[in-house]
Design a protein around this ligand. Structure first.
Ligand SMILES: [Zn+2]
Length: 167
């Protein structure tokens, strides 16, 4: 990224515009000289239980007290019943892999990671979980058994991931 910026700065002087040639495609590209630094702040009000659960390696969902629908990631309202009478339930952390994709072109906030695999699993409780795959994406296929594990990410915080079950 720094090289790109330097090349663009050189071209501003020599050519008049912050343009460079894309290494892969050879296409002319405009390099915006304004850097965007974004820090997302997301409300987790009423979801404290979920994070407390992760600290104890539990995966928690919310369940509507009226229609019994399970929500994961947890929601504080049931969109079907339009009510907020939800209860917390602990999910079993077992299920099957449905699909995965390997992300080679990472968004800027993940640029310090190697390419990673994002998987979707269906837990035995019925909910779908989207998370990073901790395992070799070449060695798994849809239908394989998986489990959910809570681990620390590179940034140091706790998160859940999908782990293939051997055999
Ligand atoms: Zn409901």
């Amino acid at each position: 990224m720094e090289d790109l910026k330097k090349a663009a700065e050189t071209n501003i002087k020599e050519y008049g515009f912050p343009v460079t040639i894309d290494e892969k495609s050879g296409a002319l590209q405009w390099v915006d000289m304004r850097e965007l630094n974004v820090r997302y702040i997301i409300s987790i009000e009423n979801l404290q239980e979920f994070y407390e659960g992760l600290r104890e390696e539990k995966l928690l969902a919310t369940k509507c007290r009226k229609c019994n629908e399970l929500y994961f990631p947890p929601q504080k309202d049931c969109p079907k019943c339009m009510i907020s009478e939800m209860e917390w339930v602990e999910l079993k952390k077992d299920g099957v892999l449905e699909t995965l994709t390997v992300i080679f072109v990472r968004p800027p906030s993940f640029s310090n990671y190697e390419p990673y695999a994002v998987a979707i699993a269906r837990l035995d409780d019925g909910v779908r979980v989207t998370a990073w795959l901790n395992g070799d994406p070449e060695k798994v296929k849809p239908g394989d058994r998986i489990k959910i594990e809570v681990s620390r990410r590179k940034e140091g915080y706790l998160m859940y991931e999908i782990v293939p079950v051997e055999g």
